[in-house]
Structures are given as C-alpha cells and as structure tokens.
Ligand binder design. Structure first.
Ligand SMILES: O=C[C@H](O)[C@H](O)COP(=O)(O)O
Ligand SMILES: C=C(OP(=O)(O)O)C(=O)O
Length: 351
C-alpha cells in the first residue's frame, strides 16, 4: 500500500554513467586543456581590465548537428585569428535549452531529436564536440542549466551563462558560485535587472549545496564563490536594455551594491526583439559606446549559424536544413563575419 506514496508521477528511472567514466571514454587532451586554461584566464583578465580586449560569445542558439557545428567552429577560429588583437571570440556551444513552456530541450536531453531522450549519448556527443572545439584552440561557452551536467563537460567550457529563466533559482546561483569559469548572469525575461544583480551577489559568495561527485555519488559541495560572476543585459518585457542610458543605470545599481561594474550585453533575445536581423545594429550601438569611452562593457553575445533564420524540427529528420537553427533565429555566417570585422575595425581605429 505504501508504494502508492512513491513514484506516483515517475514513468521510469535509469542509472546514468558516472562523470569519470565519460571522461575515460573521451579524455581531456593537453591541447584542449591549454585552450581552456588560457581562455578562462583571458576572460578573467578582461573582467579585471588587465586585458583591454572585449569578448564576444557567438554561435548557434543551440547545437543539434555536430558536422555543422564543427564547420562553424572552423570558420570562427579563422575569424578569431583575424580579430584577436581587439576581440576574444568564444563559440556558443549550447547543449541545454530552457523552454518557456515545452519544446526540444537540446542535444544533451534528446540527441536524436525524436523524444528518445538518450541523455548518455547526448553527454558523450556534447563532450566530443567540446573536445574538438578546444583542440582547434577556440574557447567554448554554454548555458549551465542542469546542475549535474557540469561534472561531465565543464572542464571544456571557458565561459558559462545562467539564463533569464533560471536566474532567480537558488540552485543555479549556487552552481554559478562553484563553476570554475567566469559566469554571466542574465536579467529576467520580464526585463528585471535586480534579479541579475542579486544573482551576481549570490554567485560571488560561498555556498553549500548538493550535487554529484566524479564517481556519481551524491555529495555536499562547499564553494568559494565565483569572483568572475557578472551581469548580462538581454532585454525583456518588451524592451531592449543595451542603450547607453540603460548601461549607465546598471552601472549605478552595481556600484550601489558594491559590485564590480562589469557588464556583458546579449544582442539577441529581448535586445533584438527576437529578430535576428537586428543583432548587427545592436552590436554596432554597443561598440559605439565602447568607442566613446565606456569601460564597464566587457563582452557581447550574438546568435549566429552557418545560415540565417530557423526551422521547425521536421517529422522526418532527413528534411532538416543543414546549418539552420532549430531554436531561435540566428544571423548567417556572412553577416556574422561582417559585423565582427566592422566591430574590430571600429575598436582598432582609436587604439
Ligand atoms: O535562446 C533560446 C530560447 O529563447 C529559449 O530557449 C526559450 O525558447 P522558447 O521560448 O522557444 O521555449
Ligand atoms: C535561452 C537563452 O537566453 P535567455 O536566457 O536570455 O533567454 C539563450 O541564450 O539560449
């Protein structure tokens, strides 16, 4: 009879491979480790103003096709070498999607995109791609969504975001306080900045919380606090928040909270009203602010893919268009290259 008290809404459960087993299958290589160590330090230096460059987190809204992602990474590495004296390019390698209601939740959750939810396969594919990106010498960024996932892939990530849908979650703030890389914390979907500032305060402090260790055992983690936690402005509630007046207001709020005035700005989402074609203008505006002397803006984000726009996941996966997003609309590679080269030219003029 007491069995009725448990698993009422659980259809099944399955033990997952431990982080160390996945790492044994796909070990970190020396070249990959050097890429991540170097890139994390460079991002930290940008946040500490020891490096005068700005970072741009740029790439697909979500990764669903490894071949297209690798082609994108190759192109981005080439561009990164051209603009590296002024801009640190970090590839968006987003494997987990937070949905407003429901929808495909990303490569880790459902790598076959057919509701088969082969999470172990998803973790292996994500790790494989991250290894290949790092082997190219290119840093990768991701959204930290599920608090268990970092144990499987985080040593290959140079920058993480906590998204607008989870920014008020204590679990995510605790996770951010323990992550080994700089973490950007977004304003809320309704545009609230306060929640991002509260999140930075929480993430910079030590916490004690539950997670799994490398062997997969439930453990209590005590964190030191992440001093490289910073806000990301992504617009919201029908309004953008990338303009100079918004940035000044956020600088004041950060100062009032005794936090470093370090701000990243997402050119997509609420800042482009989800119109991928507006991202270029938003980037231009932000670069203009930096060019006119703003020193609090440390980085920017762009959603970009090989081809522009997006597509619905078709019933027959053979109908998927190569290089096109299956989540938010993205700018094309050509436009990405153009706007980043133009940003680089502006930042080079007055240096
Ligand atoms: O960046 C991605 C999306 O904006 C986010 O995952 C929410 O998507 P949805 O509103 O389509 O669920
Ligand atoms: C979901 C994302 O952004 P946000 O949290 O700002 O909606 C994202 O960048 O994929």
């Amino acid at each position: 009879m007491h069995q009725k008290l448990l698993d009422t809404h659980i259809a099944r459960s399955q033990v997952l491979i431990a982080p160390e087993e996945i790492k044994a299958k796909l070990p970190l290589t020396e070249v990959a480790a050097q890429t991540v160590l170097r890139s994390r330090q460079q991002i930290a230096n940008i946040l500490d103003v020891l490096d005068s460059r700005k970072f741009i987190v740029v790439g697909p809204c979500s990764i669903h096709d490894l071949e297209a992602a690798k082609e994108y990474a190759q192109k981005l590495k080439g561009l990164s070498d051209r603009v590296g004296d002024r801009l640190l390019l970090i590839m968006r390698a987003y494997f987990e999607k937070p949905r407003t209601t429901v929808g495909w939740k990303g490569l880790i959750n459902d790598p076959n995109m057919d509701d088969s939810f082969e999470i172990e396969k998803g973790l292996l594919l994500a790790r494989q791609l991250l290894l290949e990106i790092a082997e190219l010498g290119l840093p990768a960024a991701t959204e930290a969504l599920d608090p268990i996932v970092p144990q499987y892939i985080s040593e290959l990530i140079s920058w993480s975001a906590i998204g607008a849908r989870t920014i008020e979650s204590q679990t995510h703030r605790e996770m951010a306080s323990g992550l080994s890389m700089p973490v950007g914390l977004k304003n809320g979907t309704n545009g609230s900045i306060e929640v991002a500032i509260n999140a930075v305060q929480a993430a910079q402090k030590p916490h004690n919380f539950l997670g799994i260790d490398r062997q997969g055992k439930v453990s209590v983690f005590t964190t030191k606090g992440n001093r490289y936690a910073h806000v990301i402005l992504r617009g919201g509630g029908g309004k953008a928040n990338f303009e100079a007046a918004n940035v000044r207001a956020v600088e004041e709020l950060l100062q009032e909270s005794n936090l470093p005035t370090k701000i990243a700005i997402d050119c997509s989402h609420g800042n482009s009203n989800k119109d991928h074609k507006r991202q270029g203008d938003v980037l231009k505006n932000i670069i203009g602010q930096i060019d006119r002397g703003n020193s609090s803006i440390v980085g920017m984000m762009l959603e970009s893919n090989l081809l522009e726009g997006n597509q619905k996941i078709p019933a027959n996966l053979e109908d998927l268009q190569y290089g096109v997003s299956v989540t938010d609309k993205c700018m094309s590679w050509e436009e990405t290259e153009e706007v980043i080269l133009s940003a680089h030219a502006t930042l080079s003029q007055n240096s």
